[in-house]
Design a protein around this ligand. Structure first.
Ligand code: 13P
Ligand code: SF4
Length: 301
């Protein structure tokens, strides 16, 4: 395994490539990242990359976003079958219907979406800046797609605006139940509950704090507490445990896994670099419109 890591390092050097890795990837991939982070951090990195090639260990919408923000770079997704089911839940027709029904609304689209949907939007957002984007966009009425759970969290934080939801969701976060949190709280009464905003409204109600993946990492690192109940995908819990050895990182009863995020292995990354596959392309007409919505997203922390 060490050998494969070494070979990846050599190939990265030889091909002038950078490896961006999302917090939900498997541990062996996380530890060889040039940059490991949440969707917003990785989008910012992609926009500033100097190398010729970006290898994105994440899911397809992330690599597509990187390509839109860094069009002159070659962007590689090691596993073409690593998608995000939520990103495919809304069709262009459905978004256009919503826009026709609410002509006075602006569209804020979660970055977990296709390039086509981004191109039809006024602004994109990630889990870490969704509240700021909605609060600051110049409209009283917002069509928020595709995640109804993130949309409902944003609505609770920005009550002065009217949000029109779409019924998309993340199957991993949506699976976390209130009963699981309650059971954990009985076992660990002093542990704060830290949740990702893709969890259901009822689960958000049990949380002490709601943050993006890197927000959760920072919260745990800075907290004086020793135990934490964390309601999100297991890859992040593994990272937090590795980087905070004195703290106990507990799942919402049972670990929750995103099968798509778990597809990419070290071997896939090696093959991706070696054969320069799978190159992500975005139609120039779509990219030209989508980049405007992504630039709006990058204005907010
Ligand atoms: P973050 O932007 O918080 O890392 O979330 C990405 C994601 O896919 C959550 O399911
Ligand atoms: Fe998509 Fe959910 Fe997986 Fe994130 S955790 S990539 S939202 S399916």
């Amino acid at each position: 395994m060490d050998n494969l890591e070494q070979k990846i390092r050599e190939l990265k050097e030889k091909k002038n490539a950078v490896l961006l890795v999302h917090n939900y990837q498997v541990g062996e991939v996380q530890v060889i990242a040039d940059y490991l982070g949440d969707s917003l951090e990785l989008s910012r990195r992609a926009a500033q990359v100097e190398q010729d090639i970006i290898v994105f260990a994440g899911v397809k919408f992330m690599a597509e976003t990187a390509k839109i923000l860094a069009p002159s770079k070659k962007v590689l997704l090691p596993r073409l079958d690593a998608g995000c089911p939520m990103a495919d839940m809304i069709t262009l027709e459905e978004l256009r219907d919503l826009k026709a029904q609410h002509p006075d609304a602006k569209v804020v689209t979660y970055v977990n979406s296709t390039a086509e949907i981004k191109a039809e939007s006024d602004a994109c957002c990630t889990s870490s800046n969704a509240v700021s984007v909605v609060r600051n966009i110049d409209a009283k009425k917002i069509i928020f797609v595709p995640d109804r759970n993130l949309g409902s969290f944003v609505q609770s934080q920005v009550p002065e605006k009217e949000i029109i939801f779409f019924e998309g969701y993340c199957y991993v976060h949506n699976r976390i139940k209130v009963e699981e949190i309650e059971e954990m709280k009985k076992m660990y009464p002093n542990a704060p509950v830290v949740a990702h905003p893709e969890v259901k409204k009822e689960v958000v109600a049990t949380a002490d704090v709601v943050l993006s993946t890197s927000g959760i990492l920072k919260y745990v690192a800075e907290s004086k507490e020793k135990q934490f109940i964390i309601a999100t995908e297991q890859g992040l819990l593994d990272r937090i445990a590795r980087e905070n050895p004195g703290k106990e990182i507990l799942p919402a009863l049972k670990p929750k896994f995103c099968s798509n995020m778990k597809k990419t292995s070290l071997r896939d990354i090696y093959d991706s670099l070696d054969q320069e596959k799978y190159e992500i392309q975005v139609d120039a007409h779509i990219a030209k419109k989508a980049v405007k919505a992504l630039d709006e997203m990058l204005k907010y922390i």
